[in-house]
Design a protein around this ligand. Structure first.
Ligand code: FES
Length: 91
């Protein structure tokens, strides 16, 4: 059973609860002061990104989603095969 749950809230944030950490693009981890539940902005209007500050309630954010199964992931492409070096033409 997963130890982390992310709930997509209707017309609102992503609620994250359980055992998790949140890092920035450089890998620096946010200090969550022991929180086991946070909400992340999904509307793009929070002044405290990535966290929700309830701006979704006044910006008209409208998004209701229903859980569904995703298709299988696309197969990864193999890296291009290096071509052998071309010998210079001989005279
Ligand atoms: S989802 Fe709450 S401020 Fe964006």
């Amino acid at each position: 059973m997963p130890t982390t749950r992310i709930t997509v809230q209707n017309n609102g944030s992503l609620r994250v609860e359980g055992d998790f950490e949140i890092a920035d693009a450089e890998g620096r981890v946010f200090g969550l002061a022991g929180r086991t539940r946070v909400t992340l902005c999904r509307c793009g209007q929070s002044k405290d990104k990535p966290f929700c500050d309830s701006a979704h309630k006044t910006c008209g954010f409208d998004s209701v989603v229903i859980a569904r199964d995703l298709p299988p992931p696309a197969p990864k492409q193999a890296p291009p095969v290096a071509s052998p070096p071309v010998a210079p033409p001989t005279a």
